[in-house]
Write a protein that binds this ligand. Structure first.
Ligand code: COA
Ligand code: AMP
Length: 628
């Protein structure tokens, strides 16, 4: 058996040869003759002259190989009491049919299609149908409000939007249509076609000038065959939070994406063709794109699509019930989901109710895997609990424990080692490598591997400015951390204004922009503070304009409602306090890091350059009623 050290060294010695070998696992229309084009660095192109179709690799190749009867998708929705299995042959039919519907609506190769849908199989069908005809999908998470959807519409200018009548959250129905209509109204780019999937719980009135019912759209259309696209053509755009209110449109190409995800399934997650693989995430996030939809299907696995929550749908045993019922081999989820389960069922009583013999490994990602939760899981499940670290930008793990090659010693708190493709270095602010154990900026030497983003949508300059300019020759991850003597990575925090709320990546900058839109707010600061369940939650501090005649309570409630309306419920923005001034340096920079330390009750020192030291006492008093 190969050792991971040898595999990593073989990549380091000759990355071209390494990816050439991995590319042989993909069905190409035109095989790659050239592996990497670096003539226009830092805009690298993987497999530049090759062609393929992503949906063919996800579906047709398995049907042709005789596995058409195998389940491709198991949909389990405890929230609506619906279960459904879709075989690879059925998926092939549904995707070809919906791709035909898109063609029929005039969608062509390269056109953008926004998918604003809940966790239903039709969302996956929509994504794969776009891939089939070379259209570029952009999935928008259902927990974002109209304004966020409108920002994405204006940025990627879709030809059509695919949506549903509603989503289901515990004890409430989320009506998508009013959110969608409002977004279309706000957006400057005019979208005049939407395909709407009407769910049983809510049938909505369709606007005949704009909306087409899903079933009308697919009626009598010819099935669409997969078309040939270039490996470097975009497959999707996924918006993610950055420092400002304008999200970054991360672009994913077709060829590198297929090669890297396929490699990761065996080598990192250790699954085989036919295994049941479950990523309990949402298709609106990168984990959902990569590990609910594309990777398990590229690998010929059965993927589980779960519409529910770890607790309350109906209880903290739901995850274990699904694992047992469908013989899930690997579960991949965010630590926050398991913290929720642990909180409701600290003794793991539900775990004992189910036969989990097929369950081999639990993978965690999306936020730091806190040792308490990992230890609890190891103790209750008696299987390896594996942390892996990555980002929307990379599309697949930067650091992991490569179970399919060998299981490396687990060090709790570390996502283990950098994977082939990633030369990870921890740098000082001057760009020099720091010694083991020293905290620094985590950076990756260019080029990034196949599957990682080649650029930002229509924003090459922003790509360079945001990621490549601080440390020339490196990609700046935005994470701070350190490596130990054995090269194990420890990812500790962000170096920017991104926070991680229940595994969801959000921008405090975007929240500050929303808060500032309130007429009575003179200035504000939003920081991410520690939360036992969600990891972090946002907290706002606001200074009000002179002459504001509302009570603080009323203004705070209005601000909370405003953030919910502008960004969405997913922001979980529920705490605001009014203060007379914000702490600032003499040059006017708000001391957000110090605010965070005060709220988190960790040691802090009065910054030497602080302009108004008394304000810290006021902050302490103001946040007390909020429970801090
Ligand atoms: N559509 C509409 N609204 C949504 C939504 C969606 N797809 N997803 C979440 N929301 C809403 C929720 O209803 C909630 O609204 P509320 O303020 O009215 O209660 C709000 O957004 C926050 O939701 P959530 O973050 O899910 O918090 P929660 O308190 O409802 O549940 C957890 C807490 C930990 C159980 C839940 O966050 C969870 O399961 N997290 C796992 C996240 C995950 O898998 N991340 C993927 C990264 S790998
Ligand atoms: P996203 O792009 O939404 O996947 O969020 C990526 C960010 O989440 C990373 O930059 C990290 O800050 C954080 N993150 C993801 N996985 C981990 C992990 N395993 N450990 C620590 N932080 C993580």
């Amino acid at each position: 058996m190969a050792s991971f050290k040898n595999v990593y060294e073989s990549w380091k010695k000759n990355q071209i040869q390494f990816w050439k070998i991995q590319s042989e696992d993909i069905v190409w229309k035109t095989k790659p003759s050239k592996i990497l084009d670096d003539t226009n660095a830092p805009f690298y192109k993987w497999f530049p002259e090759a062609t393929l179709n992503t949906s063919y690799n996800a579906i047709d190749r398995h049907v042709i190989a005789g596995r058409g009867e195998q389940d491709a998708i198991i949909y389990d929705s405890p929230i609506t009491n619906v279960k459904r299995k879709i075989s690879y042959s059925q998926l092939q039919y549904q995707v070809s049919q919906f791709a035909g519907a898109l063609l029929n609506q005039g969608v062509k190769k390269g056109d953008r299609v926004i998918i604003y849908m809940p966790m239903i199989p039709e969302a996956i069908v929509s994504m794969l149908a776009c891939a089939r005809i070379g259209a570029v999908h952009s999935v928008v998470f259902g927990g974002f409000a109209s304004n966020e959807l409108a920002i994405r519409i204006d940025d990627c200018k879709p030809k059509i939007i695919i949506s549903a009548s509603c989503g289901h959250e515990p004890n409430k129905i989320i009506e998508y249509k009013p959110l969608l209509n409002k977004a279309i109204e706000i957006a400057k780019h005019k979208v005049n076609k939407c395909i709407i999937f009407q769910r049983d719980a809510l049938k909505v009135d369709l606007d005949t000038n704009q909306d087409i019912d899903w079933f009308d759209a697919i009626k009598d259309v010819p099935l669409a065959n997969p078309i040939e696209v270039s490996a470097t053509d975009p497959l999707y755009i996924l918006y993610t939070s950055g420092t400002t209110g304008k999200p970054k449109g991360v672009v994913r190409d077709n060829g590198g994406h297929a090669v890297s995800l396929k490699w990761s399934m065996k080598n990192i997650y250790n699954v085989e063709v036919g295994d049941v693989y479950w990523a309990a995430s949402d298709i609106g996030w990168v984990v959902g794109h990569s590990y609910i939809v594309y990777a398990p299907l590229f690998h010929g696995c059965t993927t589980v699509l779960f519409e529910g929550k770890p607790i309350g749908t109906p209880d903290a045993g739901t995850f274990w019930r699904i694992i047992s019922e469908y013989k899930v081999k690997v579960l991949f989820t965010a630590p926050t989901a398991l913290r929720a389960i642990k909180k409701d069922d600290p003794d793991g009583k539900f775990i004992k109710n189910f036969d989990l013999t097929n369950f081999k490994t639990l993978f965690l990602a999306g936020e730091r895997a806190d040792p308490d939760t990992v230890l609890w899981l190891e103790n209750k499940l008696k299987i390896p609990v594996i942390d892996n670290w990555w980002q929307t930008e990379t599309g697949w793990p930067i650091a992991a424990n490569p179970l399919g090659i060998e299981i490396l010693p687990i060090k709790i708190g570390s996502p283990t080692l950098a994977m082939p493709g990633y030369d990870v270095q921890v740098l000082s602010e001057h760009g020099t490598e720091v010694s083991p154990g020293t905290l620094g900026a985590v950076a990756i030497k260019l080029p990034l591997p196949p599957g990682s983003f080649p650029t930002l949508w229509n924003a090459d300059n922003r790509y360079i400015e945001s990621y490549l300019s601080t440390f020339p020759g490196y990609y700046e991850t935005g994470d701070a951390g350190y490596q130990d003597e054995d090269g194990y990575l420890y990812i500790m925090s962000r170096t920017d204004d991104v926070i991680n709320v229940a595994g969801h990546r959000l921008s405090t900058g975007a929240m500050e922009e929303a808060v500032s839109n309130h007429a009575d707010v003179a200035e504000c600061a939003v920081v991410g503070v520690l939360d036992n369940l969600k990891g972090q939650v946002p907290l706002g501090l606001v200074c009000l304009n002179n002459g504001c005649n509302k009570t603080n309570e009323v203004v705070c409630k209005e601000i909370i409602d405003l953030v919910r309306a502008q960004i969405g419920p997913v922001a979980a923005f529920k705490s605001v306090a009014v203060v007379s001034a914000l702490p600032k340096t003499r040059s006017g920079k708000i001391l957000r890091a110090t605010i965070r330390k005060i709220v988190d009750k960790v040691d802090w020192e009065m910054p030497a350059t602080v302009d108004n030291p008394l304000v810290f006492d006021e902050i302490r008093d103001a946040i007390k009623p909020l429970g801090y």
